[in-house]
Design a protein around this ligand. Structure first.
Ligand SMILES: Cc1ncc(COP(=O)(O)O)c(C=O)c1O
Length: 286
């Protein structure tokens, strides 16, 4: 049984209830975060909380607890749920208003919901046990505010289904200039020789914490050329390796794209070196 936290109460997840008049339910008017925790240690906590605050600022919403209180709530939930490898899901919505109106109401207490889910032990850079990802490609049809980690995820859900319906597990998305943006629930990296590149951030991408950490860890501790710049569809098609990144996967090797193998069709040697570095530094103070 998973213990969840909802508006001042710890309760079994199955018993958590919100009103249908919650603006998170009616409008997707909320922000969320997913923070990984292994053996009670958080990954990238400072970056996750900073992104949460940026999202709240964008939609003029206030966290109903302090960050110290939030961190204590997270620690308590991790302990109550066994302290294994957990994703901590945090959702803040504008709250319950009995009038359905697009205008933000002013007299409403935000809803705070937190629960944990199993994410499995992260890979330590071992190609024999790595999960291998198949992707397809598609045109990014989401909105112009992808930098906000909004609970309005229908655009991402529909892209994920485009991938799944085509027999893949993720989809790499391209903008109107055929430049890579990201994937439906991940950022993306391309590798050519010793060069690792990922697209620069703008309103078409979420600023992934794993992406940020990888850029720092691989530049500071590796001997790679790490580049942040536009990445074209041609470059993606010709890459030696492609990776996904997210909090629940860390760096994850893509082995096929649109039905064709990437490189040798196995986890690549640059991925192994990079994910080993991620493993060595995942609990650094990011
Ligand atoms: C659209 C999108 N891009 C990128 C990411 C990766 O972000 P992070 O590394 O912070 O998990 C996610 C994670 O959920 C996502 O949903």
């Amino acid at each position: 049984m998973t213990t969840a936290y909802l508006n001042n109460e710890f309760i079994p997840l199955e018993e958590a209830r919100i009103s249908p008049m919650d603006r998170g339910f009616l409008f997707g008017d909320g922000i969320y975060e997913v923070i990984p925790s292994h053996g009670g240690r958080f990954v990238g906590l400072k970056l996750h909380l900073a992104r949460l605050q940026r999202g709240l600022d964008e939609i003029q919403l206030e966290l109903p607890v302090s960050y110290d209180e939030l961190t204590t709530l997270m620690k308590t939930l991790v302990e109550r749920n066994g302290s294994g490898s957990l994703g901590i899901y945090i959702q803040v919505t504008r709250g319950v208003s009995m009038t359905r109106n697009h205008v933000y109401p002013s007299d409403v207490t935000p809803t705070l919901f937190i629960y944990t889910f199993d994410i499995g032990k992260p890979n330590e850079g071992d190609p024999d046990t790595a999960r291998l990802w198949r992707v397809v490609t598609g045109r990014d049809l989401r909105w112009q505010r992808c930098q906000i980690k909004s609970t309005s995820l229908l655009g991402n859900v529909m892209h994920m289904m485009e991938g799944v319906d085509a027999g893949a597990e993720e989809i790499l998305l391209f903008d109107e200039h055929d430049n890579l943006t990201e994937a439906s629930v991940s950022n993306a990296f391309v590798v050519s020789g010793n060069t690792i590149a990922t697209p620069a951030l703008d309103q078409h991408k979420l600023a992934g914490v794993t992406r940020d950490m990888a850029l720092s860890i691989l530049s500071d501790h590796g001997d790679f050329n790490v580049e942040v710049r536009p990445v074209s569809r041609t470059e993606v098609g010709a890459a030696d390796e492609l990776w996904l990144s997210s909090s629940t996967k860390e760096l994850a090797p893509i082995v096929s794209i649109d039905g064709k193998p990437v490189g040798t069709g196995a986890a690549g040697s640059v991925w192994c070196r990079a994910q080993r570095l991620m493993a060595a530094h995942r609990f650094d103070d990011y």
